[in-house]
Design a protein around this ligand. Structure first.
Ligand code: SF4
Ligand code: SF4
Length: 283
């Protein structure tokens, strides 16, 4: 009996050693050598892990940078929170010249404040824009308007967003916004856009995303875009920065020269700017 046990123990021991050797050999043979530069480049990044670069965290971005550096050009790769300083450090590390990314800032494209888009119903569900968005059009009835429950505020790890208690709309603190894009991703109504900060901070944008016909959109919000096209006609022909699609105007920030002409002709006041538009001359 004891001999049988001894024999079993010895057999199992031999098998264990055999399998361990096979596994060790396989691990050695198929081991993936990690490029030490990935760790070094990760150290140069801000460590925010916000995904603003389009990669899964700073380490994912470092891997992409190491890969791109092989071609001697980092292309359009950029770290929004780190900005030009971080990309300069990365460029110096690889010995590659980098271009400073165009500074951008998050812009909310909705003017549906409590005053402009008064509530017609009362939402009593979970305090989540994503949930509310899946359940109804919103208290004002605008199917594209801000729900005001602050999913964007929770998404912003830089503390750049807060809900204004008077308007019920989120506000962007431009000093804190790094243009990481988390709010763009997390707003279920896609109300945020990263727009260039603009020359001397001058920006003009259509403050609405409602694609309903004019009469319908005006029912829920007094400052909605009604798709009348007056702004399109007013924008100087050689600039042509405004397009109209599905009853909604859009101002291309790459073309807009921030002259402010469109702001004055918009009959609903749907166009917003970071500056006072020039006043129309009386006829
Ligand atoms: S902007 Fe979007 S995420 Fe932010 S409060 Fe409004 S609906 Fe919610
Ligand atoms: S406001 Fe939006 S883009 Fe700006 S830092 Fe916050 S989440 Fe990122």
């Amino acid at each position: 009996m004891s001999l049988t046990i001894l024999f079993s123990v010895i057999t199992l021991g031999i098998l264990a050693i055999l399998f361990a050797s096979i596994l060790y050999g396989a691990a050695k043979k198929f081991a993936v050598e990690e490029d030490p530069r990935i760790d070094e480049v990760t150290e140069l990044l801000p460590g925010a892990n916000c995904g603003g670069c389009g990669f899964p965290g700073c380490r994912g971005f470092a891997e992409a940078l190491v890969g791109a550096s092989e071609s001697g050009d980092l292309g359009t790769l950029a770290c929004p929170p780190g900005g030009a300083d971080t990309m300069a450090k990365v460029g110096e590390y690889f010995g590659i010249e980098t271009k400073a990314p165009e500074p951008k800032v998050a812009v909310l494209r909705c003017g549906g404040s409590c005053g402009n888009a008064p509530a017609k119903t009362k939402y009593e569900g979970p305090s989540s824009c994503a949930v509310a968005h899946s359940l109804f059009a919103g208290e004002s009835g605008c199917p594209s308007g801000c729900l005001g429950l602050g999913d964007c505020v929770s998404a912003c790890t830089f503390g750049a967003l807060s809900i204004n208690s008077e308007t019920g709309l989120p506000e962007v603190n431009e000093e804190k916004c790094t243009a990481c894009g988390a709010c763009v991703t997390d707003c279920p109504r896609k109300l945020f856009e990263l727009r260039p900060t603009g020359r001397k901070g001058r920006r003009v944008w259509v403050n609405c995303q409602n694609v309903e016909k004019g009469a319908a959109s005006r029912k829920s919000c007094t400052v909605s875009c009604i798709g009348c096209g007056k702004c399109v006609k007013t924008c100087p022909e050689k600039i042509s920065a405004i397009t109209l699609e599905n009853n909604l105007a859009y101002i291309d920030p790459a073309k807009c020269i921030a002259c402010g002409l469109c702001i004055n002709v918009c009959p609903t006041g749907a166009i917003s700017a970071t500056f006072e538009p020039p006043q129309r001359k009386n006829a």
